[in-house]
Design a binder for this molecule. Structure first.
Ligand code: NAD
Ligand code: TYD
Length: 343
């Protein structure tokens, strides 16, 4: 089996590439990654001598390059994306280009060469839930952020290529991931790395927003399984039934790291901030036999420990993680932004 993985130098992609190399040793993996700010700076250099692994630095929106790579593989596992909601609120353009047009380029190549296509979507395409209920695969798409809208657009393009051309495509929609090598602009690594430096942690709004957390290695296993055994044309939700308010999770991080609550800095809420995500993973559990294996408390302890022992990895990235968040205030004032959110 020869596969093209896109975004293999990102947080989830790198975990997936390592999983494939570990448990599918006969497979050949080509990793196409543009090496944006979010990529591992060393580009998985530890795999450089692996004859079954090839890294190509390039853009998924580059048609000739993608066609060239696609003619030599059996399938595509597509993870490359602009992935951070706050950045999409500042500027949606790269999100449309990569997430929508880049996906279209890959789909055209998959269609031309008759490839299997795994599209890695997200639960954010479903929008926001009230206090009860969970997203199923039949929940209508109602994205609220430019990031989620771009992901929903690509998700629908995959569906259209399946319906129109009979493309052998599977879509997965996963909940929030955590674990090692996550870029320190996302909530958990941002908070952990700031707490390590005794800096304040910017909690958006009232902290009551709910996210459903899954360890990245459990997600990677679900992706490989969906690629190998998922039914063409199907969507699979992925999640661990593990909902936390941001405030409760913040308290848990403070407890694990033995830091004072005074480091919590309430800041202006994210624009259009989705209140609650909750994934119903019954379909992938029943159909593909996937279940999460890493309990959240243990996974979180190990993740905190990973950031504590790998400061050399995240320290150079922290300056790039200082985002230009759009102030919610109509007058453009942003006085309550923490240093982490200042441009
Ligand atoms: P990430 O931001 O950590 O990594 C994205 C990778 O894609 C980077 O290596 C980047 O260099 C690469 N990339 C960006 N634009 C590219 C382009 N035009 N051409 C080639 N490569 C490009 O993202 P992640 O958190 O690993 O997410 C991976 C996928 O999983 C995304 O599609 C995302 O929507 C989806 N997802 C993420 C989560 C999560 O919690 N992180 C949850 C569900 C789904
Ligand atoms: P994030 O990690 O950006 O993931 P997503 O927006 O894809 O869910 O954010 C997770 C939650 O944490 C979300 O409700 C927003 C909140 N959050 C903060 O309160 N402060 C922060 O600095 C960040 C980045 C996120």
């Amino acid at each position: 089996m020869r596969v093209l993985v896109t975004g293999g130098c990102g947080f989830i992609g790198s975990n997936l590439v390592r999983l494939i190399r570990a448990i599918r040793p006969a497979w050949h993996v080509t990793n196409l990654d543009l090496m944006t700010y979010a990529a591992h700076p060393d580009g998985l250099s530890d795999l450089a001598q692996d004859p079954q692994y090839r890294f190509v630095r390039g853009d998924i929106a580059d048609g000739p390059l993608v066609q060239d790579l696609a003619r030599n593989v059996d399938g595509i596992l597509h993870l490359a994306a602009e992935s951070h909601v706050d950045r999409s609120i500042v500027d949606a353009a790269p999100f449309i280009r990569t997430n929508v047009d880049g996906t279209r380029v890959l789909l055209d190549a998959a269609r031309r060469f008759g490839l299997r296509f795994l599209h890695v979507s997200t639960d954010e395409v479903y929008g926001s839930l009230g206090p009860t209920g969970s997203f199923t695969e039949a929940t209508p798409l109602a994205p609220n952020s430019p990031y989620a809208a771009a992901k929903a657009s690509s998700d629908l393009l995959v569906r259209a290529y399946r319906e129109t051309y009979g493309l052998d495509a599977v879509i997965t929609r996963c909940s929030n991931n955590y674990g090692p090598y996550q870029f320190p602009e996302k909530m958990i690594p941002l908070f952990v790395t700031r707490l390590m430096q005794d800096q304040s942690i910017p909690l958006y709004g009232d902290g009551g927003n709910i996210r459903d957390w899954l360890h990245v290695q459990d997600h990677a296993r679900a992706l490989l399984l969906s690629y190998e055994n998922g039914r063409g044309g199907e969507v699979y939700n992925i999640g661990a039934r593990n909902e936390w308010t941001n405030l409760a999770l913040t308290h848990e991080l403070l407890r694990l790291m033995d830091k004072p609550h005074s480091l919590i800095q309430p800041v202006t809420d994210r624009l259009g901030h989705d209140r609650r995500y909750s994934i119903d993973p019954s379909k992938i559990e029943q159909e593909l036999g996937w279940f999460p294996t890493i309990p959240f408390t243990g996974g979180l302890v190990k993740t905190v420990a990973w950031y504590q022992t790998n400061a050399a990895w995240w320290r150079p990235l922290v300056s790039q993680a200082s985002l230009a968040r759009v102030p919610a205030d109509a007058d453009g004032s942003n006085d309550d932004r923490s240093p982490a959110c200042a441009s």
